[in-house]
Design a protein around this ligand. Structure first.
Ligand code: AMP
Length: 175
């Protein structure tokens, strides 16, 4: 199945110059949604992964399904001020300024084998920060998975050197 045809491109959203890749068109139909989840599950099954870490908010749509099917627990990484208990955080560069993501201090334990998931890889800053949070807590990143990878000038993979990366659909960034 060609998952790309189920992803909607929304030009100039949320601001001019951004080609937003909308995965709601992929999730709303059972077949492409199942195909995307199954391909990630099949790739990472039987690897002893016991936690799936996903990034707010679109990462949760697939992340919970993947965790359930892998027989793993599910960990939420969130934007500042959303998690109720004590957190650890990582900052990362945006085009202008920085942003940060947070995870509960006890979400990952020493020796956990972790799959990090987000819907899309762009510059890689968010996923790298998530990997740092896992490792700070003593977990081992077994792999990093995305539905979409933007290829070309963003060089997201360079940020994630040393990690196994799975992306289901590669979309070149228009210069
Ligand atoms: P980055 O940290 O640059 O790899 O950005 C990845 C995060 O930003 C993911 O959580 C994506 O959901 C979101 N994102 C970045 N660029 C896009 C885009 N063109 N379309 C949809 N989501 C995007």
């Amino acid at each position: 199945m060609d998952l790309l045809q189920h992803i909607r491109n929304v030009p100039d959203w949320p601001k001019e110059g951004i080609q937003f890749k909308d995965i709601t068109t992929l999730c709303k139909a059972h077949a492409p949604f199942k195909e995307a989840c199954d391909r990630i599950i099949d790739h990472f099954k039987n690897r002893g992964i016991n936690k799936v870490v996903a990034i707010e908010a679109r990462g949760y749509v697939f992340g919970g399904v993947i965790a359930y099917e892998l027989g793993a627990g599910f960990v939420l990484i969130r934007k500042p001020g959303k998690l109720p208990y004590k957190t650890i955080s990582e900052s990362y560069q945006l085009e202008y300024g920085t942003d940060s993501i947070h995870m509960h201090i006890d979400a990952i334990e020493e020796g956990d084998k972790v799959l990090v998931f987000d819907d899309l890889l762009a510059t890689g800053g968010t996923a790298k920060a998530a990997c740092n949070l896992v490792e700070k807590s003593g977990g081992k990143v077994e792999g990093v998975a995305f539905v979409i990878e933007l290829t070309g000038s963003l060089h997201g993979r360079d940020q994630l050197k040393g990690y196994e990366i799975l992306s289901l659909v590669e979309i070149p960034v228009e210069e």
